[in-house]
Write a protein that binds this ligand. Sequence first.
Ligand SMILES: [Zn+2]
Length: 302
Amino acid sequence: MALIFAVFKVSRLLRRINLPARGATYNETMRSPVFTSGFLIVLLWFCSVCVAHPCDEFNARLPNLPVTLCQSAQLRDMQARSVKDRTIWGRDVVGADAKLKVLVLGGIHGDEMSSSSLVFHWISLAAVEPADMPKPVHWRFIPALNPDGLFARPAKRVNANGVDLNRNFPTPNWERDARVYWESRTKRDPRRFPGTNPLSEPESRFLLEQINTFKPNLIVSIHAPYGVLDFDGPSVPPSKLGRLYLDQVGIYPGSLGNYAGIHKRVPVVTIELTSANRTPSEAEIHQMWTDLLRWTMERLGS
Ligand SMILES: [Zn+2]
């Protein structure tokens, strides 16, 4: 409404303004249509930046995401864009004694909305940990890695190019295996298309850059709805997080677990929530967080 009102007021102002005569004074030039049009463009840009807050979209799309929870997440632009030029948002929470770096990812599959919501809940838990608790972790949260899939109607697993981002990472022999797997094992399932080349997508390239520059000691990738816990890479896997129990389901060409966990030797905990549309209860969200923190400290803290 504020934007419409501002445009209306400036339009009325424009109608009252005449072209400046030759040798016009400074004040006349300032009131010229050319100057005012430029001012209008700048004003529109400024208003659009101010008004279009990411929480407007996230609140409308994600289950169990109160406005205040999204706003308190204080998301920042990660300087990365999706195929459709959507911003990829993130948030760092840096503990006072941070020695470990953990990358937490939601929504690599856009139709698994609960995974993005869970990341927002965990941001608030990471940010408000009691003062007397040790804070050994630098968390980096990416709540929606695939915003085009999340905000499509209906939401889609794949990105705007129809690529399953979780099959697009450059695992060894990707060229040989990924396409064969897609054709023979998935029967060309369009929801699992790995792309024409590894890292063909801006979203998977962004994640690879995060792995290379942030250098996480652990990656936590949240999915739904199979209700299990999976693990790839070195270290002893967590046996459970909340009510989810370990059930290692195997590896796929081009998957994040295969690439980061097995190829790059960065432990990857893959969480499969039980529902794509409903988040776990508040108690369960807390318990999963506590279990994750405890396992991280036990297995990676040293
Ligand atoms: Zn998934």
